[in-house]
Design a protein around this ligand. Structure first.
Ligand code: G1P
Ligand code: ZN
Length: 545
């Protein structure tokens, strides 16, 4: 086989974050940029594995997906990779990729996506590496990749013709076996092993209506298969189901701001019973009922409280984990169940250790991420199926289910404010300013609530004792309410500050107030102590969810 050794310039900005290397498309189009990073990935992965690599490969179909797939295959062939399992047409959702790595016991996988960030020539692209447990590569791995990318001077690729990706089956590319698989089938079977498909089919037969918005991203084919084909939801229940390179010009992030038409439908006349959406690569989810929005934090708590209704979880939960800014609604369910609710830093990778050690079954983040130990990533459609399964068993509406939950456990009013694209210096200034006030905040009031204390969140992993500092500033109130401030680790332009507001109410007469009114005193206290508008020049957040 003819192998070319191509000179490349090292890149010092190829530093993967919590979700891989995510940059503007223009950045990825610099000479040898993708090749340089892929060589660094393959070198690092080869070094960490005992023998030749066997990898999963696929992406969310965004702009550059096809080109990058071709590059990875040609480089894999020249770098001694034994097998690459690739989704047909280069498509794989993040959860499906995680499942394939685990099911086939492969060394890892390369996932091409910038998650919920917009795509297209002016949008973002990303390359992420997942390890053998199916989860995102740990920091030691990504640091080694960054160091390698900043040092290498050449990469290897084969000159052989690219293989066709539209036909299932195996082809050889030199010594490499390229296996094209149906991107949906294995993942869909996994879902059938976890949920009550008969019960859900019956629900649809009784006239239950749902709308799933795939947002022109990767979940369209997955959603059509499970909801319409396997469960009998009426054709057209899944909309925007064709993956497109620029997501139809939209922003594939399932939240109140970006899944606007879905929200309008669910709050409009003749709304369906359930509304849901997922993001670019299929790991996030938003759940809506008729006239109801379920916060991701509440969704985790409701799933935990009703988990026994799903066959895959009927034996009980080992534990629950939530990221620190996620509301404490799940904690009260865990307490009732007599299990632990772990509080971890933001980012899915922190759940991996807990799941591998058998300590937790369900995990969730306020950022529309929910999942379980069935894989090592969050899983958008899994969450929707879980809700459907519960609704099929309980036969009540989403709104009723949530109301009953609040009656039983209390309600955590919740909001997140993002300040995007602010100068890095200004963001640091805001955080520093809050940081040195932490010790003097006790006793301050937000309406009726009084601050108990404030701190900076640090995490010691209970499994391997690894230590993560600087994971967000918390203002804690006596009644469990909180204000949290942290800097985003995934933004691609300037800095993004996130403020999280949470107010706990257990009084049965105060469960249906206007969230804005309940949270307003917390927001104004935050504004006062952080000097946000003075320091950033912004008078309002760019996104509220
Ligand atoms: C954001 C979310 C976080 C999620 C991550 C990857 O990170 O807040 O929960 O795990 O995206 O999807 P952030 O930008 O806040 O660092
Ligand atoms: Zn995602």
């Amino acid at each position: 086989m003819s192998i070319l050794t191509v000179p490349t310039q090292p890149y010092t900005d190829q530093v993967p974050g919590t979700s891989g290397l995510r940059k503007r498309v223009g950045t990825f189009r610099q000479p040898n940029y993708i090749e340089n990073f892929v060589q660094a990935l393959l070198d690092t992965a080869a070094q960490q594995s005992g023998g030749p690599l066997a990898l999963v490969l696929g992406g969310d179909g965004r702009y550059l997906n096809r080109e990058a797939i071709a590059v990875v295959l040609q480089m894999a062939a020249a770098n001694g990779v034994r097998r690459v399992v690739v989704g047909r047409d280069g498509i794989l959702s993040t959860p499906a990729a995680s499942h394939l790595i685990r099911k086939r016991e492969l060394s890892g996988g390369i996932i091409l996506s910038a998650s919920h960030n917009p795509g297209g020539p002016e949008g973002d692209f990303g390359i992420k590496y997942n390890i053998g447990n199916g989860g995102p590569a740990p920091e030691a791995f990504t640091a080694a990749v960054a160091a390698r990318a900043a040092a290498i001077t050449q990469y290897r690729r084969t000159e052989l013709e690219p293989v066709p990706l539209d036909r299932l089956g195996e082809t050889r590319l030199g010594e490499l076996t390229v296996e094209v698989v149906d991107p949906v089938a294995d993942w869909a079977s996994l879902m059938e092993s976890l949920f009550d498909f008969d019960g859900m089919r019956d629900l649809f037969r009784q006239g239950f209506r749902m709308r799933f918005d795939a947002m022109h991203a990767v979940t369209g084919p997955y959603a059509r298969e499970v909801f319409e084909r396997r469960l009998g939801a009426s054709p057209g229940s899944v909309v925007n189901a064709e993956p497109s390179p620029d997501f139809g010009g939209g922003h594939p992030d399932p939240n109140l701001a970006h899944a606007e038409s879905l929200v309008r439908e669910l709050f409009g006349p003749d709304a369906p019973d359930l509304g849901a959406a997922s993001d670019g690569d299929g790991d996030r989810n938003m759940i809506l009922g008729r006239g109801t929005f379920v916060t991701p934090s509440d969704s985790l708590a409701v799933l935990a409280a009703n988990a026994g209704l799903a066959p895959g979880y009927s034996w009980g939960l080992a534990g629950i984990a939530r990221s620190m800014p996620t509301s404490s609604a799940a904690d009260r369910v865990a307490e009732r169940l007599g299990i632990t609710c772990y509080e971890t830093p933001t980012g899915w990778k922190f759940f991996g250790n807990l799941m591998d050690a058998g300590r937790v079954t369900l995990c969730g983040e306020e950022s529309f991420g929910t999942g379980s130990n069935h894989i090592r990533e969050k899983d958008g459609l899994w969450a929707v199926l879980f809700w459907l399964n519960i609704l099929a068993r309980r036969r009540i509406s989403v709104a009723q289910l949530v109301q009953e939950h609040w009656q039983e456990y209390g309600r955590n009013y919740y909001a997140r404010h993002d300040y995007e694209g602010i100068p890095v210096e200004a963001a640091r200034g805001v955080m520093d300013h809050l940081r040195w006030q932490l010790t003097s905040l006790a006793g301050r009031r937000a309406g009726e609530r009084e601050v108990k204390g404030a701190d900076e969140f640090v995490y010691v992993d209970p499994v391997d004792q690894s230590f993560s500092s600087g994971q967000g500033l918390r203002v804690l109130f006596h009644d469990g309410s909180r204000i949290v401030a942290r800097q985003s680790g995934t933004g691609t332009v300037g800095a993004t500050l996130r403020l999280y507001f949470e107010a706990v109410e257990t009084d049965p007469d105060r469960l249906n107030l206007n969230p804005r009114e309940v949270l307003a005193p917390l927001m104004s206290l935050a504004g006062d102590v952080m000097e946000l508008s003075a320091r950033t020049g912004m008078t309002a957040p760019t996104v509220e969810t």
